[in-house]
Design a binder for this molecule. Structure first.
Ligand code: TXE
Length: 478
């Protein structure tokens, strides 16, 4: 059985403790590889390697750093098929999705930040002609990057790339549920001669490896994407150590459909925003609000289309939904469907394990109607192929629903009235608003949420600023 290894100081190493964890293929429900059950001593070794590599990596010219990163980007593209296959097997997502979205985006993340630093600039403040202040942005040191299982290589590289591009060295931990493509990335670094110790990847459990990274005094900056509860734990540890933190957490995103929208477009995209990646994207629209005049028509057509979505073997081209990521997550999603029924919801379609010829963890895309706004189903993140649908009458009413959860990541508006779109967008308490589209992710734009969806922004200059410390230097002009 294939054994994944840690990548520390440019070497592939077994964990110091010698233990390994089982890694499952969610589509078959069986163990297919093993990953290091690393502990604080492995993190210590990785931090030491990253510290040792920092002076030389941060002293490279921008062109040199950029070139190293472009080499990685190119090699990811060259190994696209293999990486996509691995991502689909490890995560359960459709192979076509990994091939079209996840892996190309991982390559793009490296390319984007490798070239962004070539165009970077900083500020200068002239104090009344008497002094000049200029802002020097310097790398911080060893950055800790912790990523989740839903978009494994996509989100892993989304953090690592800006950290490296701005001159930091990195200790990174992929989710223990989906470690494979991060392991393949370490092979790629090795293949292209990426400098030793600059990127170190430690595999293992969040409570051991992730916690050791967060607690380590020589890791002054942490970028995390994952669940809100884990984010709170990390913030509790990091705050008294005054670490710089970026937290991208959960969402319970509203999808608002006004009666003047292009109904066909709204239907088509809502299918995607509800069920892409089995609903396991923090940006998925899990609460659909439809204006009363078109509610019945939208609901009928939407449910018809959802029933046509094929669930099954992620390797098949016509499959729309693959497996959900783990048995624990499968149980969690089904328990939320039961809860929705207890709370008075009517299941319009789906609502149960999907009937496939595979032995893994598949759930039918599910639409639930008739739930009050305040119930747990409408308040908590389910993170699976489950959406609720309900009618509304006025803008004011739908805004109160949309803003009525503890989350504030993303929202979507469907309308042909541009004035209304601007007005509603400005009043939504979310970090991202899509109008008549969904999941358009320009890498330059600020990405992140408000309230319990997180702290800080990733993407573009925001990410490069996060991974550097601004220093003001003041000089008299006479
Ligand atoms: O995520 P965790 P889980 C949501 C989603 C999901 C829920 C829980 O609702 O059902 O979170 O998922 C590492 N110190 N999202 O439990 O645990 C862990 O090893 C440091 C939304 O799988 O947050 C992994 O690498 N690190 C989300 C990473 O944190 C710790 C994507 C994320 O795992 C740690 C995923 C600790 N104490 C889940 N404990 C999104 N925002 O996209 C765990 N980790």
């Amino acid at each position: 059985m294939q054994q994944i290894l840690n990548y520390i100081n440019g070497e592939f190493r077994a964990p110091n403790g010698g233990g390994f964890l089982d890694n499952y293929n969610p589509a078959t429900g069986s163990v297919y590889s093993q990953i290091p059950d690393s502990d604080a001593s492995d993190v210590e070794a990785a931090v030491e390697a990253a510290k040792a590599a920092f002076p030389s990596w941060s002293a490279l010219t921008r062109e040199e750093r950029s070139q190293h990163m472009l080499n990685v980007s190119k090699r990811i593209t060259e190994r696209l098929d293999e990486l996509a296959e691995a991502e689909s097997t490890d995560n359960g997502k459709p192979l076509w999705l990994a091939k079209r979205v996840d892996i190309p985006r991982a390559s793009d993340n490296f390319k984007f930040f490798a070239t962004a630093i070539l165009h970077d600039s900083s500020e200068l403040h002239d104090t009344d002609g008497k002094y000049l202040n200029y802002t020097l942005r310097q790398p911080i040191g060893v950055a800790g990057c912790i990523s989740p299982w839903n978009l494994p290589l996509y989100l892993f590289t989304w953090k690592i790339a800006p950290a490296l591009a701005s001159g930091n060295t990195v200790v990174a931990k992929p989710s223990e549920v989906t470690p494979m493509t991060a392991f393949l990335l370490s092979q790629i670094c090795n293949e292209v001669g990426f400098p030793k110790g600059v990127l170190n990847i430690v595999h293992g459990l969040g409570g051991k490896v992730g916690a050791a990274m967060t607690e380590h005094p020589d890791v002054p900056i942490i970028s995390f994407t994952g669940g809100t509860e884990t984010g709170k734990t990390i913030a509790r540890t990091a705050a008294p150590m005054f670490k710089k933190l970026s937290l991208e957490l959960g969402g319970k995103n509203p999808n608002i459909i006004f009666d003047d929208c292009d109904l066909d477009e709204a239907l088509k995209t809502s299918l995607n925003s509800s069920f892409a990646n089995q609903g396991q994207i923090c940006l998925c629209g899990s609460r659909i609000y439809v204006q009363r005049g078109i509610y019945a028509e939208f609901k009928t057509k939407f449910v018809e289309l959802v029933k046509e979505m094929k669930v099954g073997n992620p390797k098949l081209a016509d499959v729309k939904l693959g497996a959900v990521v783990s048995k624990a997550h499968f149980d969690k999603i089904l328990s939320y469907i039961e809860l929705a029924k207890e709370e008075g919801g009517t299941v319009l379609c789906g609502g149960k394990e999907a009937d496939t010829d595979m032995s893994g963890w598949f759930i039918e895309p599910t639409v639930i109607e008739g739930l009050p706004e305040t119930c747990r189903t409408n308040q908590e993140e389910i993170f699976g192929p489950v959406v609720t649908i309900q009618p509304f009458d006025t803008e004011e009413e739908v805004l109160s629903y949309a803003n009525g959860t503890k989350y504030g990541l993303a929202s979507t508006i469907w309308t042909s009235n541009l004035t209304k779109a601007h007005r509603v967008a400005a009043q939504l308490h979310t970090g991202i608003v899509w109008v008549n589209c969904w999941l358009v992710r320009d890498l330059r734009t600020p990405f992140g949420g408000v309230k319990q969806s997180g702290v800080g922004r990733e993407g573009g200059w925001e990410a490069l600023r996060f991974f550097t410390e601004p220093k003001n230097i003041c000089i008299p002009l006479s």
